[in-house]
Design a protein around this ligand. Structure first.
Ligand SMILES: [Zn+2]
Length: 71
């Protein structure tokens, strides 16, 4: 079980441990994921490197979504 937020590494509240990230980061994650989805609609074949070059989305988040197979 995750005790610290995967993104900002702050200590997680018991209720947030399932999510592996804290409330603040999950807000940010939601916004950033929308941003990435819009980007991938325009550039469906984009690689991680393209995402890094073309957007401001944090690579920590991108790696996390990859691991979760959301992208
Ligand atoms: Zn956090």
């Amino acid at each position: 079980m995750q005790l610290n937020c995967e993104i900002c590494h702050s200590l997680l509240k018991a209720a947030d441990r399932q999510q592996e990230i804290c409330k603040d980061c999950s807000e940010i994650e939601r916004t950033e994921f929308q941003k990435l989805k819009r980007y991938l609609i325009k550039k469906p074949k984009a690689t991680i490197l393209d995402i890094k070059a073309d957007t401001t989305i944090s690579m920590d988040l991108v790696q996390r979504w990859k691991r979760q197979k959301r992208i």
